[in-house]
Design a protein around this ligand. Structure first.
Ligand code: PGA
Length: 257
């Protein structure tokens, strides 16, 4: 459980919902929240596709939703000849507060290396936003006993050699690849063990006090059924939710439950 830390629950919509569908989901979510508000000590971010950011921003304002806007990725450069890309500055101008960096789907499908992830995290900080840095191991890595070493390396690569206050401002999402979109959730014990290792690594990088301020999310097939027990796990300070965030009722239950 996240001691004094504010729980952060983030909806990663991935490549789902067009502009009209995005508005409809936010409206449904708003209706659920008016019946059952977000408890104190919890923060919620919604990460739609780029094409719906402006729509979701407007809906958050119109319905006075107590949630913040997030994005799923950004480019590491501030501008330039990068056809099809979106810069961190463009996101900041839309009031985006959190940007996901290093999601395993981008690492696997778009060749996003640890170096690229580090540069993206730098771009996010340059524009006064906060990264949600995704880390996690494959089944093979878990079975061969290198999971913790890999995850620590991913954390150190993205956040090492940064001012301690920037490390403290980071959010880490521990997302074991074997759990993402798989219908298999890590047990609370598995999540606690890795999230504790991550906090220890953060302590090595920036000091124990700064490490204690970092929110560490769990991600991977989180549902309304699994969320309660996972939130009780040591060093788990919230969730990065994919599939279940596309269902207003289920996501509301995760957020308020
Ligand atoms: P999932 O996705 O909840 O659908 O497993 C989580 C994620 O990839 O961020």
């Amino acid at each position: 459980m996240g001691d004094q830390r504010v729980i952060l629950i983030s909806a990663n919509w991935k490549m789902h919902l067009n502009n009209v569908e995005a508005l409809s989901l936010v409206q449904q979510f708003a209706a659920h929240l008016s019946a059952s508000p977000i408890p104190p000590g919890r923060e919620v971010s919604i990460h739609p596709p780029f094409t719906s950011l402006a729509t979701v921003k407007a809906a958050i304002e119109t319905y006075r939703l107590p949630v913040v806007l997030g994005a799923q990725t950004c480019h590491f450069a501030d501008s330039g000849a990068y056809t099809g890309e979106v810069s961190a500055g463009m996101l900041a101008s839309l009031n985006v507060r959190y940007v996901i960096a290093g999601h395993s789907e981008l690492r696997a499908q778009c060749g996003e290396t640890d170096e690229v992830v580090r540069d993206k995290v730098s771009a996010i900080y340059r524009h006064a936003m906060r990264p949600i840095l995704c880390v996690g191991e494959t089944t093979a890595e878990r079975n061969s006993g290198v999971a913790e070493r890999k995850v620590r390396r991913q954390v150190a690569s993205a956040l090492g050699d940064r001012p301690a206050e920037l490390v403290a401002a980071a959010v880490i999402a521990y997302e074991p690849l074997w759990a993402i979109g798989a219908g298999v959730t890590a047990t609370p014990d598995d999540a606690a063990q890795m999230c504790t290792a991550i906090r220890n690594e953060l302590g090595n990088l920036a000091g124990v006090d700064e490490a204690a301020m970092v929110r560490i999310q769990y991600g991977g097939s989180v549902t309304a059924e699994s969320s309660g027990a996972l939130l009780g796990a040591e060093n788990v300070d919230g969730f990065l939710v994919g599939g279940a965030s596309l269902d207003a009722e289920q996501f509301s239950t995760i957020v308020t439950g």
